[in-house]
Design a protein around this ligand. Structure first.
Ligand code: GLN
Ligand code: ZN
Length: 771
């Protein structure tokens, strides 16, 4: 019985790759230095996997930026606009590569980057391949070969990993009309085959082709494409063992396609979709073939220790049907989505020993894969009895721990009724009351919450953490920043003010740090895109709010102005979505617990005299399940969680929500169901196009379509914003229209923020004169 791994984190356990890339981009290091660091990481990873007892170790899973971009380079899917960078003489591969990833602006060149989008339902982002009708693929990069040879030098014959040809096409985008990208398969396959033949000639025995699109809704055409692709590949490289990996969802109705592919091993994600194992035996003829089944039993997407007893049951079931030789054991998906190494967390520093004992990061997961294999084989099982016992002790201690289980939190969520997620009166009644009591002018102006996080503010926070300044000194400085921003907002004439969020590092971390049931790692970084990494907070237990989290600063801010001060909170779905979550209860339950903590905060803000409260939910859309059929269920509870957080207040208290990076068309009904009094959205980059969904739906509540793009330092002109507002006003009733930027201003500098907001207010005044 073989063990294998689908991919290992590439950022380095101390984020070495991040630093190396950023140095190189800044012109502070050479190409060779960058490549050298990349090579060290690869070699360390290979060695570490070998030591952990992994039989089939991946190569080509490493990438300097993104593995889909690597594949585009490999098959020469380089869009026209970068051809200017190719000069026949010198090797410009890396320049082109980073130009595609990040764009170039130098030597008279100005070429934008390729589009980036979320990798399935993870927080990783990949570069979207671009296809044109007459695309000619040709082998361009030799990275996959170089890496294979490099590992060979270390004595490791790896299993090269490559995104499969069908998923590669499906994950891309047509750049002209008149064809479907899947039509390019015929032209793409020879390149894949050429690479596989060369790898086989150089001694490769195994290849892993990732086809995660097998877990999505597929058309018949696409299903056929899978079948044809693998027939051709197998025929061309009959001696190479081909492993096709699916992950992140059930293969569902594609199970027939997946099990009849001309391949040697099929990998299934049994963490996300355990029922697939029964399905494959009951509904298909897989057992009657000679194929091997790779069981993805160790969760590659989360940080919890594997439950050996549970996994062994699954493994045993597969062995009973297939025999030992036809079973492989692996993580559920690439470990790219796990932090690197739990051993780097110093005991007691951030994670207590008890909680740490419940966790496994990438390196620990490799060991789990190996131990599971040993436990599943009768000859080695007795030797690992001790490890099994320890594992079960840890699992049991988590099940029983009163650090996790708080009866009062569970009871509260269990006792919720429909009334708890409804405001006392319908929107029309609330709107009339709010109009009367809040006394806002037509087209009220506001901002989304944060003001520039200048170096001063960051240094302040760093100094507090290092103990260079005391909490009192820190608070005094924050108070000064808030007061200054309030005076300035009054001066330029904003209607609903914000305190500026200077005290917040991050919109989720700030709340996580104050909620019980949350812990933070020191080194639990995961790649988000390119050199950008995130360190998601970890929800380990029932979530409760020990004390008020934001009231102090909001109350302080309100005391400094006669104007309305908006309270600022992050919503339950966004907090859930951007954290590592529990695997011992449904996401919905965790969301409801967080919602109740936010609800308490909303009520405390109201009690403290805050009459406008914004609950940000930018992540609602990205929580959507991969399969359409599952959307409704998710949206139901996601919207209910938001409503639970918002519905405790009086009719007069105005609830705002904010969403960015979103398309609304197919979820507008649910957005309306959230029933926020005011929603602010990102629309300026699409010239108000994103507003169409609201207009078509006849969205009844108030709305603030962002009038300027905060992602760019560019200061928009008054006329530009006025034009956008007039465009919005064609379809939105005047009394429902708010004026605001697209998103928070924390990434901007003050100079441009001041000018832009002044122009925004001028535009509003002009609009008020016109109507
Ligand atoms: N209130 C947050 C801010 O202004 C919202 C951020 C977001 O939507 N991503 O920074
Ligand atoms: Zn936003």
């Amino acid at each position: 019985m073989f063990t294998h791994n689908l991919g290992y984190p590439r950022i380095g356990s101390k984020r070495e790759l991040k630093r190396a890339c950023e140095q190189f981009w800044a012109g502070k290091s050479t190409k060779d230095e960058l490549l050298w660091i990349g090579r060290q990481i690869k070699r360390q990873n290979w060695q570490l996997q070998q030591e952990a007892g992994i039989d089939l170790i991946p190569s080509n899973d490493f990438s300097l930026y993104d593995h889909i971009l690597d594949t585009a380079m490999l098959v020469g899917a380089i869009p026209e606009r970068y051809h200017a960078l190719v000069d026949g003489q010198t090797n410009r591969e890396l320049d082109i590569y980073f130009a595609m990833a990040r764009g170039v602006q130098r030597d008279g060149l100005d070429i934008p980057a390729m589009e980036m989008t979320k990798w399935f339902d993870t927080n990783y982002h990949y570069i979207v391949p671009e296809f044109t009708k007459n695309k000619h693929f040709k082998r361009y990069s030799d990275k996959i070969i170089i890496d294979f040879e490099d590992a060979k030098q270390m004595g490791i014959i790896t299993k090269p990993v490559l995104v499969g040809p069908v998923s590669f096409l499906l994950l891309g985008k047509e750049k002209e009309s008149g064809f479907h990208r899947i039509d390019l398969l015929e032209k793409l396959l020879p390149i894949y085959i050429d690479i596989l033949q060369e790898l086989a000639a150089r001694g490769a025995k195994w290849i892993q082709l990732d086809e995660p699109c097998l877990t999505l809704d597929l058309t018949e055409n696409e299903q056929i494409a899978f079948q044809q692709a693998y027939q051709k590949i197998k025929k061309a490289v009959p001696n190479l063992n081909i492993l096709v990996a699916t992950y992140f969802e059930c293969t569902g109705e594609n199970i027939y396609v997946a099990t009849t592919l001309d391949i040697d091993v099929l990998h299934l994600d049994l963490v996300r979709c355990p029922s697939q194992l029964d399905d494959i035996f009951e509904q298909t003829d897989f057992a009657k073939t000679k194929k091997i089944l790779s069981l993805g039993v160790v969760d590659g997407r989360n940080i919890w220790k594997n439950d050996y007893a549970k996994s062994l049951k699954i493994i045993q079931k597969a062995i009973d049907v297939l025999g030992h030789e036809r079973v492989m054991i692996a993580p559920s998906c690439s470990l790219l989505h796990s932090p690197c190494d739990l051993d780097l967390e110093q005991n007691g520093q951030v994670l207590t020993p008890t909680i740490k004992n419940w966790m496994a990061f990438a390196k620990q997961k490799l060991n789990e894969v190996n131990v599971l294999r040993k436990l599943a084989e009768p000859t080695s099982a007795p030797l690992f009895a001790q490890q099994f016992t320890e594992n079960q002790k840890a699992i049991q201690s988590r099940k029983d721990s009163n650090l996790i289980h708080k009866p009062q939190v569970k009871a509260r969520v269990a006792a919720l009724t429909a009334k708890d997620s409804h405001r006392p009166s319908p929107f029309a009644v609330r709107q009339a009351l709010q109009l009367e009591t809040l006394k806002l002018p037509l087209f009220p102006t506001t901002t989304i919450g944060s003001f520039p996080q200048t170096d001063d503010v960051r240094v302040l926070r760093a100094n507090l953490k290092k103990g260079v300044i005391s909490q009192e000194e820190y608070d005094a400085q924050i108070a000064i920043a808030i007061e200054k921003s309030i005076h300035w907002q009054e001066q330029i004439g904003l209607d609903v003010l914000v305190h500026g969020e200077f005290e917040r590092n991050d919109m989720v971390e700030y709340f996580g740090e104050q909620l019980s049931g949350y812990v933070f790692s020191q080194n639990g970084w995961v790649q988000s895109y390119g050199s950008r990494c995130v360190k998601p907070p970890i929800i380990y237990g029932d979530v409760e709010r020990p004390t008020a989290m934001t009231v102090r600063w909001s109350e302080f801010a309100q005391s400094k102005t006669e104007k309305l001060m908006k309270g600022m909170l992050t919503g339950p779905i966004t907090i859930l979505q951007w954290s590592f979550v529990r695997d011992d209860q449904a996401r919905k339950t965790t969301a409801f617990q967080i919602a109740m903590a936010i609800r308490d905060e909303v009520l405390d803000l109201e009690k403290a005299g805050i009459r406008v409260i914004q609950i940000d939910e930018p992540a609602i859309r990205e929580g959507l399940p991969l399969r359409r059929a599952d959307w409704e269920n998710y949206l139901q509870w996601a919207v209910e969680a938001f409503r639970l957080s918002a519905s405790g207040v009086k009719d007069e208290t105005q609830i705002h929500t904010h969403m960015c990076y979103s398309e609304f068309n197919d979820i507008i009904k649910h957005i309306a169901d959230m029933d926020a009094d005011v929603i602010t959205i990102e629309t300026s980059r699409s010239q108000m196009e994103l507003l169409d969904a609201f207009v078509d739906f006849k969205y009844p509540n108030e709305i603030g379509p962002g009038v300027y793009d905060i992602h760019s330092p560019r200061v928009p002109e008054t006329e530009e914003m006025l034009a956008l507002l007039e465009k919005a006003l064609v379809n939105i009733p005047a009394r429902n229209l708010w004026v605001n930027p697209d998103c928070g201003l924390k990434t901007r500098r003050w100079a441009e923020t001041e000018l832009a907001l002044k122009n925004m207010i001028k535009a509003t005044e002009l609009l008020r004169e016109k109507v």
